[in-house]
Design a protein around this ligand. Structure first.
Ligand SMILES: NC(=O)c1ccc[n+]([C@@H]2O[C@H](COP(=O)([O-])OP(=O)(O)OC[C@H]3O[C@@H](n4cnc5c(N)ncnc54)[C@H](OP(=O)(O)O)[C@@H]3O)[C@@H](O)[C@H]2O)c1
Length: 377
């Protein structure tokens, strides 16, 4: 067991990774750490050992041991990093256990299902002195990276407005649906998937290349037509069928005021009949970005909208997401002994927006951030 997580990693042996929760997204993390020359997946644990065995076989994790409990897997020799890929209602207990064992943490989003859990987790990670990263994987999307370079270069001038949306009909095509659709386990459309758009909003509201803006106030509405209805759409087969209902609103529209004066608008739409889309609009006093196009009349050679190279984030398929780049970044942070810009303390700010929105639906009033520590949800 690594009892001194504060030391920089010595390259004598690869860092050992334990993948916990052997489902859909776990395969992406496992492949990324298998590919990285500085890491090896040494253990996989899940609710059932057979799922862990299947993941090991599918990803070709030679030498990885498999377990049906996190505690048993943590006792395995050579585990330095725990990658938490269970459904979100288990993230808190998994993180508290792994942090107490002195392990660095990769945490899937949503990191937690209540503000209280988030605070416990952040405190546990701080106390243990371990490093963390929350899987807001779009920060490593090539188009996002190119946009951040434009913002950092000042190509849009002073930013004043950002808009992002997560538009995807989430239904039982997703393996995590039965838990994710429930109010007690999935919480809300923003928690289940819209948090990617909240994180993108924070990311684009700051002009530092590796910096996200601090939200200070939220106002929000929730609505749509889908809550409680059993009919659902499958966007991959373009057909409707009877299924289990969404227990929360499928549409949320959230306004955010940031400490740097930028105003943001972010929506999650689980009801739209269209292919997955992740629209981005960024407005500054010298230019505008709309998705993969830049309009900046002050730049040399300006001749209207210019295409931004890179891969657009328009897919919900995890194999399309840049998990490799995220893993490479985290290992680089561990090797250098520095915190990721996307660590748990930063991710708390993204999650607080979605919990503030829930508070707003109850009270009908704007909610100041950071949330007061007694916020009950
Ligand atoms: N960052 C992203 O872009 C992204 C993409 C997809 C998912 N996610 C997030 O990743 C998490 C997992 O999603 P998923 O799509 O991979 O779901 P999934 O396919 O249902 O996989 C979850 C796995 O967790 C295991 N599990 C369930 N309860 C457990 C427990 N109590 N203890 C140990 N293992 C347990 C299940 O294992 P068994 O098979 O052993 O029963 C299952 O294989 C969710 O929080 C989701 O929001 C993030």
């Amino acid at each position: 067991m690594n009892r001194n997580p504060n030391h920089h990693h010595s390259p004598a042996r690869p860092l050992g990774v334990l993948i916990h929760g052997a489902g859909w997204v776990a395969g992406q993390h496992a492949a990324a750490f298998r590919n990285h020359p500085g890491t090896a997946v040494v253990a996989v644990s899940s609710r059932s050992k057979s799922s862990a065995d299947r993941l090991v076989a599918e990803v070709g994790l030679t030498g990885a041991r498999t377990f049906d409990s996190l505690d048993a897997a943590l006792a395995c020799e050579g585990v330095d990093i725990v990658c938490v890929c269970t459904p979100q209602q288990f993230h808190c207990e998994n993180v508290l256990t792994a942090a107490a064992a002195g392990k660095h943490l990769v945490i899937e989003k949503p990191a937690a299902i209540s503000p209280a859990e988030l605070r416990w987790m952040r405190d546990a990670v701080n106390r243990a002195g371990v490093k963390s990263i929350v899987s807001f994987v779009l920060r490593w999307n090539p188009m996002f990276q190119q946009i951040k370079r434009h913002l950092a270069a000042g190509d849009l001038g002073e930013l004043f407005c950002v808009e992002t949306d997560y538009q995807s009909y989430n239904s039982d095509w997703w393996g995590g649906w039965e838990e994710g659709r429930r109010a007690d386990a999935g919480v809300s459309a923003m928690a289940v998937a819209g948090c990617h758009a909240i994180d993108a909003l924070r990311w684009f509201a700051a002009d530092g290349e590796f910096e996200a803006a601090d939200p200070i106030e939220v106002f929000a509405y929730a609505g749509g037509r889908r809550k409680g209805k059993s009919v659902q759409y499958n966007p991959h087969e373009q057909s409707w069928h009877e299924g289990t209902p969404l227990e929360y609103d499928g549409l949320e529209i959230v306004l955010v005021r940031f400490s740097n004066g930028v105003l943001g608008k972010v929506a999650v739409n689980f009801e739209c009949i269209q292919p997955y889309a992740f629209p981005v609009r960024i407005f500054g006093d010298r230019g505008t970005i709309r998705d993969d196009r830049l309009y900046a009349p002050g730049l040399p050679g300006h001749d209207g909208w210019r295409k931004i190279p890179g891969i657009r984030p328009d897919s919900s398929d995890v194999s399309h997401h840049p998990f490799q780049a995220q893993a490479d970044h985290f290992i680089d942070c561990l090797t250098r002994g520095v915190d990721s810009h996307c660590n748990l303390a930063d991710a708390v700010k993204t999650h607080e927006v979605l919990f503030a929105a829930l508070e707003c639906y109850r009270s009908g009033r704007p909610v100041a951030l950071p949330l007061a520590t007694q916020t009950p949800i």
